[in-house]
Design a protein around this ligand. Sequence first.
Ligand SMILES: [Zn+2]
Ligand SMILES: [Zn+2]
Length: 586
Amino acid sequence: MSINRELAAHFDMLASLMEISGANAFKVNANRTVVRVLESLDDDVAQLAAAGTLEKVDGIGKGTATKIHAFIETGSIPELDALQLELPEGLIGLLDISGLGPKTIGRLWRDADVVDRASLRTAIEDGRLASLPRMGAKTIANISDSLDFAEQSADRTPIGVAHPLASALVDALGAVAGVQRIMWAGSLRRGCETIGDIDILAVADTPADLIEAFTSRDDVLKVLVAGDTKASVRLDAGMQVDLRVVPDDCWGATCMYFTGSKEHNIELRGRAQSMGMRLNEYGLFPDDGDSTPPQDRGIAPVAAATEADIYAALELPLRDPARRESGIDITTADAPLIQVDDIGAELHAHTTASDGHLSIDELVDAARRRGMHTIAVTDHSVSSVQANGLSVDRLLAHVQAVHEARDRHPDMTLLAGSEVDIHADGSLDYDDDILAQLDIVVASPHASLKQDPAKATARLLAAIEHPLVHIIGHPTGRMIGRRPGLDPDMQALVQAAASCGTALEINANPRRLDLRDRDVRHAVAAGCLIAIDTDAHTDAHFDFLPYGVLTAQRGGLAAAQCVNCLPADALLAWLADKASLAGACG
Ligand SMILES: [Zn+2]
Ligand SMILES: [Zn+2]
């Protein structure tokens, strides 16, 4: 994490804890302003501090500069440390519950003795919450729902958090002397949206050196187990990581076993049994009926070294890890799955005109550096007030600015578009004569995300069937671990989308991953076009793309069904007449 982002996160927490503690609104807001300043600052804060020019930045006053200097020197902000000591620790865990702002959390703490999730649950059940002023039955029901939702996802970590941690570990441990192979397995390798523990497998000449390098890392909070070939730790970041050093000759069998899924492994073991064999983490063996494991009796495996060998010996197609899930027929081969490199167009991105951090030119540059041939500028529409949505006049001026930018970037296809709000009733946030002036229209739900399923279905169908809409952005509006979003009749949506030639988006932001994997499966089966977009608000957001692609792979998507994989001319043809690709897939 860059120091700017790290500091922004600290100031955000400071503002929230101040608000919980009842600090005056002016001081709280000053710190929130600092968060925004830091997030959009191009210069490195540490360099500004070293040069003594922090206070020249708009929005950074003397007090803030002192805090920043303290952070750079000590890694913490004294005021934040003091608040963390003063407030009950469990209150921070309430900030992740959708619908509970810091102000409300402060009230619950002071007036109803709520100090963590458990006491919040009790206060709901014993009526203490209902006795507070301005706490209606509906508000309490919403808080209760959000609490359920947060508890369900409590033990799992979003892939967007787990993946960078695992990458850093595998890179560092892979450089330890004598390490032959190293990779992660488990739900992370399968590309699941949330991860339990990180499982790392390795082959090493001297396992003890690797175990030592692993358990003595700076980011290890606690060593849970440290044996000769296996160790488990808890990281500062909270996740548990298991490292196993395994023999090279059964690498494939071990990878399969620890990649799972459990259901997939059970199916494979059943297949082995039906062929007179036994499959375990050491290999695929002939089944001689002896209950002592074959590897302990010196029995040579039929296959063990690679996953491909084992699938071949089971007379099954090699299954991509993303497709090793229940409900997928193990005997039928997948069409070649979409890969990150197949994608040449980003069709949903924001600039400083709404709530993005990049100018048009910076956005083009970010896309170019990722090898894209096309970038769409799709800022928010007027109703998204919090996101600084564009009025019609501002939109038209912005479109003009995008057109002018084309001269400066002849190597890129630059599309002028909008991410237009889909209102609760299915109508769109701009009139058709305005939408008709855009190259691309991404229509997305942002508000009224607790609609009942029938209304949500009608709302999304109206947008899908709208002739000027190309893509439905993050169709359900869910946020993983925060809010479930809309629950429409997905079968109806994918059928309609397929027949209109409208694409449904997989939003690659790892907090969204919306459509989710199971919806993608329905979409693929229906022959509906899919878009995979990062919804970039910053340069770094472009790197979300692999999460979207993993979700697409889990749904069985091939490149041919994804509009971001079209060459520029074919993409333009679809944008000019989306019906031209209606029913083209599947
Ligand atoms: Zn959006
Ligand atoms: Zn967006």
